[in-house]
Ligand binder design. Structure first.
Ligand SMILES: [Zn+2]
Ligand SMILES: [Zn+2]
Length: 325
């Protein structure tokens, strides 16, 4: 079988959403072209410096490698956060990624919850259990990862943060937010994020039009060896995402290209809503947390992260702040 694009080489891969058979080289080029197209749309070409939030997995490799194929490596810098989860050590995987980043000329900043927050994720979860608060590991993880990424982005003067979320993640999140009726979040979640605070470094997802199987194949073809390690806190994760994922895969199997169509159509609708939303809030900045100085939601004096730390006894509560819920 001959490749449908170059018509020279043997085809190795079938791409269901386009109905094409591709050779290795044309497949890699196709992924790079699509990432470049998305990058143009989300303003990556105008950014002076982009911080890549990486984990060592296939998506973070594909993110770095595709961006480096059309961007000057001096504009890219990567970071990894060690959350501190017992039995979930990705150190070797991060070292493997570091070697590849080195070849691409991209520096890797390594940091951790312990270094930045004075406690590992395990310690936060244990204290949360001990105090009867029982906040899930994913809540701590999501909140503090976001905070640390934002801090590092400001430290290195990055204009944008790029994450490795792929099309499958993106389509699931759209459906989940729809089911929850979380329209604001849904709008903010679109391709071009809304900047509500000067202290927020905007986050973009250059792989959001690339199927997960494609990021896997890309990393494999480029010789990146990876082991997807499952987080031991997986059982605490909302099961809705798993159900939505299964449902979407069923639809995709019957009608290839559905996931891509879903995200593209969502982007079109979100654009109008986003304009309305921005007009309604005006230029109103988000307040900053009186403890850590990070942006927090309207009407709050201290952010959710600091509130959690106070509740589990890792941060001293001062009466001068609003009573916490
Ligand atoms: Zn070809
Ligand atoms: Zn705070």
């Amino acid at each position: 079988m001959i490749c449908d694009v170059c018509r020279l080489r043997e085809a190795e891969i079938y791409q269901p959403h386009t109905g094409r058979k591709l050779c290795r080289e044309c497949f890699i080029q196709d992924i790079r072209d699509r990432v470049k197209q998305e990058a143009e749309k989300i303003g990556l070409s105008r950014a002076r410096k982009i911080l890549l939030a990486v984990s060592g997995g296939k998506d973070s490799f594909t993110l770095a490698d595709t961006l480096a194929s059309f961007m000057d490596h001096n504009r890219l810098i990567a970071m990894n956060i060690v959350e501190g989860i017992h039995g979930y050590n990705r150190a070797e995987q991060v070292q493997e990624l570091k070697r590849f980043l080195n070849e691409l000329g991209i520096e890797l900043i390594e940091t951790s919850f312990a270094e930045k927050e004075g406690a590992t994720l395990d310690e936060m979860v244990n204290r949360s259990r001990a105090t009867g608060l029982n906040v899930s590991a994913c809540t701590f993880c999501g909140g503090f990862r976001r905070k640390i990424i934002n801090q590092v982005a400001r430290d290195v003067n990055a204009d944008l943060v790029a994450t490795g979320h792929n099309l499958d993640d993106e389509a699931q999140t759209i459906i989940i937010n729809l089911i929850r009726g979380d329209l604001i979040r849904l709008i903010r979640f679109g391709d071009v994020p809304i900047k509500l605070s000067n202290r927020f470094v905007l986050r973009v997802k250059p792989l959001r039009k690339i199927y997960e199987w494609e990021t896997t194949m890309y990393a494999y073809y480029k010789g990146y060896s990876f082991q997807e390690v499952e987080c031991p806190y997986i059982s605490q994760r909302p099961t809705l995402r798993a159900k939505v994922r299964d449902l979407l895969y069923m639809v995709e199997a019957v009608r290839p290209g559905s996931l891509l169509k879903l995200v593209e159509e969502f982007d079109k609708i979100a654009e109008d809503y986003r304009r309305m939303f921005v007009a309604s809030i005006g230029e109103k900045e988000l307040p900053t947390c009186k403890i850590c100085g990070e942006p927090t939601s309207y009407g709050r004096e201290i952010c959710k992260n600091c509130e959690l730390l106070i509740k589990i006894g890792l941060l001293k509560y001062d009466q001068k702040y609003l009573p916490i819920s």
